[in-house]
Design a protein around this ligand. Sequence first.
Ligand code: TK8
Length: 347
Amino acid sequence: MTTMRRTLALSILAGALFAAPLATLAQDIKPRLIRFGYGLNEVSNQGRAVKLFATEVERLSGGKMKVRAIGAAALGPDVQMQQALIGGAQEMMVGSTATLVGITPQMALWDTPFLFNSAREADAILDGPIGQKVMDTLPAKGLVGLVYWENGFRNLTNSKRAVNKLEDLDGIKLRVMQNNVFLESFKTLGANAVPLPFSELFSALETKTVDGQENPFNTILSSKFFEVQKFLTVTNHVYSPWIVLVSKKWWDGLSKDEQKVLMDAAVTSREFERKDTREEAGRAVAELKAKGMQVNELPAAEAARMRDRLTRVNASIGANVGMDLWNETQAALAKLRAAPASTTARK
Ligand code: TK8
């Protein structure tokens, strides 16, 4: 071996010896980056809760895990982000359970019109064994569900007329989520239902591609739908959950400690998010009125007619989510309704 070649060999050996510990060190120092996508604006109940989650993750992990929150559907609408999570190109997101139905049919349970009568019922079922059972269908599809957040009870807005009776919905071009239960429900009620991703909704309303939409008060406010919608009808036709999702591909590569950080931060964010959402919803109607919206309550008799028509849709949901799950949910709700609120305090 020539001197030069020996020197070269030695320096390669030295390089290999020193490179290994350095690489481990670099891995220890470099925080794990979590791209967390969501659909609403930064200034919304969703944006605030994602921010809190990010702060919690950083705190609990001592800075070893870092969440980059990316709102306003900048990483794509719900359906596209779900695919990115499944493929492992994105780590986390929060979005509507309704847009997951194409991936796991059991999620359609939450789309059942008038399923929950109150937030108390929603919390009890979502955080209990039934909510868990539905979430447990996700890992087989490449997703891990951590917690449910509150999107809220949905209400109707449109630019055409006040909806005082069922027939007022006739022919209204109504944007619905990309979900068959919503599509069928509003067709059954006489509206001309059009599925669209949320990220396209504001401009569709603005250009009158659609006349109306339905979302909780909070979103009507934070997404500024009051700028392009005159009429708001309080229907509370369904309670919508959001779900915090993790890419299973990525989750499986985390340590148990890292998984615990995410789960603990998710639970804290859930408690914060529900409180914040309910507080905001409580004052949103007054704000929407002040912004010029004309608000009316759907009369009880008309709400009853709506419910009646939708029982048809309920039968098909039962078939899709499985009759066992459907019956278990109805039984759990009956039990909750029979028990006084004080004995079924929230967990
Ligand atoms: C936000 C959506 C939104 C939902 C909808 O990405 O699409 O109307 O209510 O919250 O998930």
